[in-house]
Design a protein. Structure first.
Length: 244
């Protein structure tokens, strides 16, 4: 057998090493730590589960229990805290019907939920403590021709706007006036409301409220007469924070 030159043997050995490296790399899956473009689709009953190092599931998207009455899988969302308590669900314990969006406290009490029948808010309940008598006259009045503050309301800003209800009365047929709502800086909230001579009526206004979120302040009802020698009075009724 003729001798094979050493250079050829070295070359064959190098090629064998390269083949072994390529074979090993083909069996190694790349780390999927980033998605830089495109979509991620999980289908055919697949689920997305995020688990803490301690083994607690904190995010669960996909198949949920109970199943639908026909045996098909309920699909939903459950977000838990590190301690395992539920924080947010899109899920129904009945396994059928519309799934409510619910926010839970750490003790399992539902803090926020949508109404599944008519839409809107199911919880929390919001009261309206602004009842007034059908023949009630505002107790706080002024006879001045410049705006005077007659009522105050403690307020914490949580919404960008406020809706304020009121009861207003001009004392006699010769007296007319106006009312307005202002903040602590005297900045007017919403429009000025005209009260015709001798009027006794109620209504509401809306306007933007200045200040930072959760800022504590007072709202003030002001009134003035624009004609006559009588008085104008205003009583603040239910007042709500509302969206833009």
């Amino acid at each position: 057998m003729p001798e094979v030159p050493q250079t050829i043997l070295d070359r064959i050995s190098t090629i064998e090493d390269q083949l072994r490296q390529l074979t090993g790399r083909a069996q190694i899956r790349p780390a999927l730590t980033q998605i830089l473009g495109g979509d991620v689709s999980i289908g055919q009953g697949g689920r997305l589960i995020v688990t803490t190092p301690a083994g607690q599931q904190i995010l669960y998207i996909g198949k949920q229990t109970p199943s639908h009455p026909d045996g098909s899988d309920q699909q939903g969302l459950i977000v838990r805290r590190e301690d395992g308590s539920v924080a947010l669900t899109v899920w129904t314990g009945a396994g059928s019907g519309v799934q409510p969006v619910t926010i839970w406290d750490h003790l399992g009490n539902g803090l926020f939920a949508e109404d599944l029948v008519a839409g809107g808010l199911a919880a929390p309940y919001i009261d309206a403590s602004g009842w007034f008598g059908a023949t009630e006259y505002p107790a706080y009045t002024t006879s001045g021709a410049t705006f005077a503050t007659v009522m105050h309301l403690p307020w914490i800003k949580q919404h960008p706007k406020v809706e304020a209800n009121y009861l207003v009365r001009c004392s006699d047929s010769s007296t007319a006036g106006e009312i307005q709502l202002v903040d602590d800086s005297g900045i007017q909230i919403g429009p000025t409301v005209a009260c015709p001579a001798g009027a006794f009526t109620y209504g509401r206004l809306q306007g933007a409220v200045g200040g930072a979120y959760q800022q504590r302040m007072y709202l003030h009802w002001q009134a003035r007469t624009t004609s006559g020698s009588g008085t104008i009075g205003v009583k603040g009724l239910s007042t709500y924070g509302v969206q833009s």
